[in-house]
Ligand binder design. Structure first.
Ligand code: ADP
Ligand code: MG
Length: 255
């Protein structure tokens, strides 16, 4: 996909839970290299969209195309290995593992060693292990956690845990990164760090979908913003237009 083309296209997605249409005929195009904000009141379907995009939910109808190929119907791990990584609305780290080990978990997919390489500690395995550790150190530096590399994840302050989650997702070297409310629960200085990191990620050419409640964060970073309300897309456009869109204001005030 060339810069400016659609990296991801969501076509007529319907996600039904019993009688509830959590997503109702939603179309969404994500331009390669962009930061795409996804907002809407609580319960409007944002996290459901993330779960559909990453294969955790199978849509009731419609499809998701990534780089022109249908990915809806694939497993979450196939989609992740295919280049779509995510963080979760609630932190999901390996608490008793160090920050470095949490990032290494994301890196292991690129190993070529097999179980015998591991058992016999072959040169191939040692080289890969070494390369992965160098890469993990680079990622921790990228998200500003070098000093905490050896800390157990559960002992990190909450804001740092959220940054570590982003680091672990970056370990997959994704083309598309989905962030579900990364600023939730962060202090103002942590939010500043987060914004700087998102800018750096995008400078590397990665495409980002950002779900976020903090309007100033979404509006300052996003190229395009899509607004969901009761599972339907009610507005889409540049932040400057979205902020003053009467339908959007109504959705937030009326919700
Ligand atoms: P948001 O992230 O925008 O706050 P969600 O996508 O989490 O909203 O939820 C959208 C709607 O779908 C809510 O009404 C929620 O209760 C419902 N929902 C989400 N996941 C499930 C599920 N697994 N089973 C039943 N209902 C669900
Ligand atoms: Mg949510």
């Amino acid at each position: 996909v060339a810069a400016g083309g659609n990296l991801l296209s969501v076509k007529q997605i319907l996600m039904q839970f019993g009688g509830l249409k959590a997503l109702n005929q939603v179309n969404l195009d994500i331009v390669k290299g962009s930061v795409h904000g996804l907002i809407g009141p609580n319960g409007s379907g944002k996290s459901t969209m993330m779960n559909v995009l990453t294969g955790i939910y199978q849509p009731t109808a419609g499809k998701v195309e990534f780089k022109g190929k249908t990915i809806s119907g694939s497993t979450p791990s196939a989609i992740a290995l295919g280049g779509v990584a995510r963080t979760f609305q609630n932190v999901q780290l390996f608490g008793e593992m160090s920050a470095t080990e949490n990032v290494l978990v994301g890196l292991h997919h690129s190993y070529r060693s097999n179980v015998l390489d591991v058992i016999f500690n072959t040169r191939r395995y040692r080289n890969e292990e070494q390369a992965a550790r160098v890469r993990a150190a680079g990622i921790l530096q990228f998200v500003g956690l070098s000093d905490l590399a050896h800390e157990e994840a559960r002992n990190l302050p909450y804001g740092k845990q959220r940054l570590l989650e982003i680091g672990r997702a970056l370990g997959l070297n994704p083309e598309l990164l989905l962030l579900d409310e990364p600023a939730a629960g962060l202090t103002a200085p942590d939010i500043k760090d987060l914004i700087a990191i998102i800018h750096k990620i995008r400078q590397q050419g990665m495409t980002i979908i950002l779900i976020e409640h903090h309007m100033d964060v979404v509006m300052s970073i996003s190229d395009t913003v899509t607004v969901l309300d009761f599972g339907q897309k009610i507005a889409e456009g540049k932040p400057i237009a979205i902020q003053v869109d009467p339908k959007v204001i109504e959705a937030y005030l009326g919700g």
